[in-house]
Design a protein around this ligand. Structure first.
Ligand SMILES: C[S@@+](CC[C@H](N)C(=O)[O-])C[C@H]1O[C@@H](n2cnc3c(N)ncnc32)[C@H](O)[C@@H]1O
Length: 264
């Protein structure tokens, strides 16, 4: 619980910071994005990540749940494909929920823990969860809850990160419960089968997501400087921070996964 409160405080603070908002083009996203479709900015890559997950749904009708919606940028993206009354989003942070309500008008946005979904059985036709399941205590508990609240034939799509297992440091700093430090993709897949899901597809998108993010972040200060939107002094300091962040995630993250699973 203490670790979870710390994680929420860190997200609430970092997501509001001016550098973060600039890097994400004011979109409100906070994920690594999907770079294989030719995105030229982090904002485009983050939008493409939602789109590539949505493309894994067999149909886009009925009700969809956006789990761990952050500041509501993913929820806003869903509104391009779904009417507002079909979209529900949840996040554990009250502050992020307040912002998400503004960013995704018409959608229902609720403060809720992903492992204790306050919805009746068989409420949703689809669930999307962008880059957050590694935080849930536990990921397996969330997968079971997702199965419960999906209608038969409903589909769960998510992007997720496997972190390397060397680490109480990661557990503490990134808010990743130790139970979520799955050793490999084969063991990861098993979680979904155990919950009852079928047609489980797990794609290793490490280079297309984490790799693209790291390259983009490292290149960002120089491109801002070239555009005249960042001073030389600021860009040099920012470049050091960006390299450290890119290096850190390169060291701690083992794989970035795109997942889909169907409730029979
Ligand atoms: C990396 S951010 C991703 C945010 C958003 N999905 C996006 O792509 O911009 C992880 C998010 O997970 C949320 N989160 C972490 N643990 C959660 C939980 N147990 N239940 C619901 N949300 C949670 C955090 O508050 C944060 O918004």
């Amino acid at each position: 619980m203490v670790a979870q409160q710390k994680m929420i405080r860190i997200y609430d603070r970092v997501m509001k910071s001016s550098k973060q908002r600039r890097y994400y083009g004011g979109s409100g996203f906070y994920n690594f994005g999907y770079w294989a479709t030719g995105a030229t900015s982090q904002r485009e890559a983050s939008e493409a990540l939602v789109d590539t997950l949505l493309a894994r749904l067999p149909k886009k009708d009925g009700r969809i749940l956006d789990v761990a919606c952050g500041l509501g940028a993913s929820t806003k993206r869903l509104l391009l494909s779904y009417p507002p009354e079909a979209v529900t989003a949840i996040n554990i942070s009250a502050a992020q929920v307040a912002t998400a309500r503004q960013n995704a008008p018409g959608a229902m946005v609720l403060q809720m823990d992903a492992v204790k979904l306050a919805f009746a059985d068989e409420s949703f036709d689809a669930i999307i969860c962008v880059e957050a399941a590694f935080h849930f205590d536990t990921r397996a508990a969330f997968v079971a809850e997702a199965f419960r609240v999906l209608k038969p034939g409903g589909v769960l799509v998510l992007s997720d990160i496997l972190f390397r297992g060397f680490t109480s440091t990661i557990s503490d700093r990134l808010g990743v419960p130790k139970a979520n430090l799955v050793s490999d993709i084969a063991s990861y897949r098993v979680l979904f089968g155990v919950a009852g899901f079928q047609d489980v597809k797990v794609e290793d998108a490490t280079d297309n997501c984490l790799g693209g993010f790291r390259r983009s972040l490292v290149a960002w200060p120089a491109s801002e400087r070239a555009k005249g939107t960042m001073s030389l002094k600021s860009s040099l300091g920012t470049a050091i921070v960006c390299r450290l962040i890119a290096g850190y995630f390169g060291a701690v993250a083992k794989a970035y996964l795109l997942v889909s699973a169907r409730k029979p």
